[in-house]
Design a protein around this ligand. Structure first.
Ligand code: HSE
Length: 438
């Protein structure tokens, strides 16, 4: 029975929790500490029916009688909602498909799973009418997917650009403030516990690429998987890159960018993760340390920024609980959350066709005709120069060039050819520029 707001509550919503690490433990704590409020908000008590873990003896901070090693049986039992915080593809995929197929609502924080198997999950959700919510999969506590999925559903989103990985933002912020190298800063981040012992998923951009795929799918009503995302990590960002950015009033961030692009008159989307220079006046430039922020542009709404903690037990559990309340309310009031919306089917353009802008810093011989030789290479590739700055030294010069937008392929070829010119002694720094028009 639905709650009538008269103090009477419906029958309990039973929850199966899969996984009980940092996030799962916080989910249990919040569900317990806030039980009365959650009951009032949902219209029925929300109760944990069981917690599936691999090693029960390691989980002394949750009620022992709830622990089980049999996740499959827990999912098959008489529960209403399955909350998954295990991460990774299997066994999460099989368990969640089973839950959805049997009509149980699913709340998951699993970005890798959503970025690879969302089609299959949404199909199962549609077939049974069960809810599939995943706010915690991108940017932790920050309400971002619900705004894209629901609040902005009447608008036309043109661009989503954000810092969605705290580890890499912590490292780049550190390099910016100390001038230290990538390797030194990564080591410090590892010692402080900000970077994992194996930081590959973060520093090579895999984590951000999964999140970019989810954001692009929702923003552009198209199906985008992690494999569609152009991905570059931060391990090749040098102290020279950071210094070059600073000299021009810019800072370097690892950005996840999802935007509409027109190629030969046909609309598509570009979805990419790479380091880029942004002006220090851009709102994303002031996002430091392990924080996340996402800048969204839409036709009618204009510019918006979402900011907050993108990782950690309690912040991520906050997003999980928000979803849990939503699916529990839907259950109590016999409603249904939003379904997958991939009707637009916009194609993902290859990186080479994506319009970008480059910052190029060179050490060149300081003599007549050098600038014209360099400029000729840009002209040859139909790349327009937006700004040039030259500083002479004793027998050479530093030359900094910022381009107008051109295809990434044309810019790459330009840089390759310039690097081979005899008058160019060193290509000091090459980086894409975002967040400003020239
Ligand atoms: N490892 C991620 C980060 C958090 O550094 O932001 C989980 O996605």
């Amino acid at each position: 029975m639905a709650s009538q707001n008269n103090g009477e509550h419906g029958k309990p919503i039973k929850v199966a929790l899969l996984g009980c690490g940092t996030v799962g433990t916080e989910v249990v704590r919040l569900l317990t500490d806030q039980a009365a409020d959650l009951t009032a908000r949902v219209g029925a008590p929300v109760e944990i029916a069981g917690i599936a873990v691999r090693r029960p003896h390691k989980h002394r901070d949750v009620p022992a009688e709830l622990l089980t090693t049999d996740a499959e049986a827990l999912v098959e039992s008489d529960v209403d909602v399955v909350v998954e915080v295990i991460g990774g593809i299997e066994p999460a995929r099989t368990l969640l498909l089973a839950a959805l197929r049997s009509g149980k609502a699913v709340v998951t924080a699993n970005k890798a799973l959503l970025a690879e198997h969302s089609a299959e999950l949404f199909e199962a959700s549609d077939a049974s009418g069960a809810d599939l919510y995943f706010e915690a999969a991108v940017a932790g506590a920050i309400p971002l997917l619900r705004p894209l999925r629901e609040s902005l559903a009447g608008d036309r989103i043109t661009r989503v650009m954000g810092i969605v990985n705290g580890t890499t933002n912590f490292i780049l912020s550190g390099m910016d403030s100390t001038g230290a190298s990538y390797a030194e800063t990564l080591e410090e981040a590892t010692q402080l516990g900000y970077a994992e012992a194996d930081p590959t998923a973060d520093v090579d951009g895999f984590d951000a690429a999964s999140k970019a795929a989810i954001l692009a799918s929702l923003a552009f009503h198209s199906r985008v998987t992690a494999a569609d995302v152009h991905r570059e990590g931060i391990s090749s960002v040098s102290a020279a890159d950071i210094a070059a950015a600073k000299a021009l009033g810019r800072t370097v961030k690892l950005l996840a960018i999802c935007e509409r692009v027109i190629t030969d008159g046909v609309e598509g989307i570009s979805v990419r993760v790479h380091p880029a220079m942004i002006p220090t006046s851009h709102p994303l430039a002031s996002v430091h340390g392990a924080f996340n922020a996402v800048f969204v542009e839409a036709d009618a709404a204009g510019e918006m920024m979402f900011y907050g903690q993108g990782a950690g037990g309690a912040p991520t559990a906050s997003a999980v609980l928000g979803d849990l309340v939503a699916v529990a309310r839907n259950r109590v009031h016999r409603g249904r959350g939003p379904r997958e919306s991939a009707y637009a089917g916009l194609p993902v353009r290859p990186m080479g066709q994506t319009p970008t802008r480059y910052h190029i810093s060179l050490d060149v011989a300081d003599r007549a005709g050098v600038l014209s030789q360099v400029a000729a290479v840009f002209a040859e590739h139909d790349v327009s120069i937006a700004a040039v700055r030259q500083e002479g030294r004793v027998d050479d010069a530093s030359l900094v060039i910022v381009t107008h937008a051109a295809t990434d392929a044309a810019l790459r070829s330009t840089v390759d050819k310039i690097g081979g010119l005899p008058v160019v002694r060193e290509v000091v720094s090459v980086m894409r520029v975002e967040g400003e028009e020239l």
